[in-house]
Structures are given as structure tokens and as C-alpha cells.
Write a new protein. Structure first.
Length: 185
């Protein structure tokens, strides 16, 4: 039986963007405190899930087991470029099958984006770690979730059954905070 804890991780601008119009994370959203939080969190998970344009670019990245969502495979396939990665097309295989192919049947799974990947797990998150940089604005950027900026990330998380719990300051200058949005019981 597969027993997985699902956690999301992202940093967003004041307008709910995770990337600029070119679909790149701008330097304005990169903060040492958030990078430490993110790296430490990923060091503690059993599996990372992301789209083909998302990655964490951390020192331990090559050692982490991951699933990469793609339409370029029918269902599941090993990633020829990364022996720690499994390619997954959700149209051809279940998430549980993808986890099994990656060798993970229990533990914590980190969902790290992009927007469509985040949305796929709205009904399954145990916790969503939303880091925010309220002084950063990215006009015309890529919203963290489908429906942003028409709706705020907070409204979308709340609508998916999550509620804000503890909040931490990651960097006083800026400021940069992270809020754990947890499943309402």
C-alpha cells in the first residue's frame, strides 16, 4: 500500500507570480533565506515531482529521486539524462504507478511546480509551503496556479481545503515569509 505525504513548495511575488513572461524565475525572487528553507526541505523528502521546466538547482539536486511530468512519453519511462528521474505522463499512468516506478511507496513527496503540476495535487496536499516576497512585482509573469492573478494564491489554496497555519520570517529584509497551508480537518 502506498502511503505518501504530499507537500508543495513555491515562492511568489506580491502579484502571485512564480516566473517572468519568459517563464524564468527572476533574480528578484531569489532570496538566501528562502533558498536555505527550500534546500533543507528537499533534503528531507523522499521524492520530488515537477514539470519539465521546473527544477530546484541545489547542490544536492543530482542525488534526489524525482518524477518529471511530460507529454513526451506515453506513460512512464526512465529519464535517459538522469538515472534518479522517472518521466511521467499523467494521461498514461497514475501518480501511484509513477511513484512505484521511481521506487517510492511511502514517505514525503515535494511538489515544486509549475502551475499545472501544483493544480494536479490540490485535493491531495497535506501542507503547501507558500513563500512570499511582497516587495517583488512581476507584471505579465506566470501565476503560481491556474487562475492567478484573477484570484489570489491564498484564495485558491483556501478553496482547495487548505488553511494558513504557522508563518515564519525567512528574511527580515525584504521581508520574505513562508506560511504552512495545512489541510483542514
Amino acid at each position: 500500500m502506498t502511503v505518501l505525504r504530499i507537500e508543495g513548495f513555491v515562492i511568489v511575488s506580491a502579484d502571485g507570480m512564480l516566473a517572468d513572461a519568459a517563464r524564468e524565475m527572476p533574480a528578484a525572487l531569489k532570496f538566501a533565506g528562502d533558498q536555505r528553507f527550500f534546500n533543507d526541505a528537499l533534503d528531507g523528502v523522499d521524492l520530488i515531482v515537477h514539470g519539465r521546466r521546473s527544477f530546484e538547482d541545489q547542490p544536492n539536486s543530482p542525488r534526489r529521486t524525482r518524477i518529471i511530468l511530460t507529454r513526451y512519453t506515453a506513460a512512464l519511462a526512465p529519464d535517459p539524462a538522469n538515472p534518479k528521474a522517472t518521466l511521467w505522463n499523467p494521461a498514461g499512468a497514475s501518480f501511484e504507478d509513477a511513484c512505484a516506478a521511481a521506487g517510492v511507496r511511502s514517505g514525503t513527496v515535494a511538489i515544486i511546480g509549475g502551475p499545472v503540476v501544483f493544480a494536479m495535487f490540490f485535493g491531495r496536499y497535506d501542507t503547501f509551503w507558500l513563500s512570499e516576497a511582497p516587495q517583488v512585482h512581476i507584471p505579465g509573469g506566470v501565476g503560481v496556479f491556474p487562475g492567478v492573478p484573477e484570484r489570489s494564491p491564498h484564495d485558491i489554496l483556501r478553496a482547495s481545503g487548505l488553511r494558513p497555519a504557522e508563518r515564519r520570517i525567512l528574511e527580515a529584509e525584504g521581508p520574505v515569509t513562508v506560511t504552512a497551508w495545512r489541510r483542514a480537518t
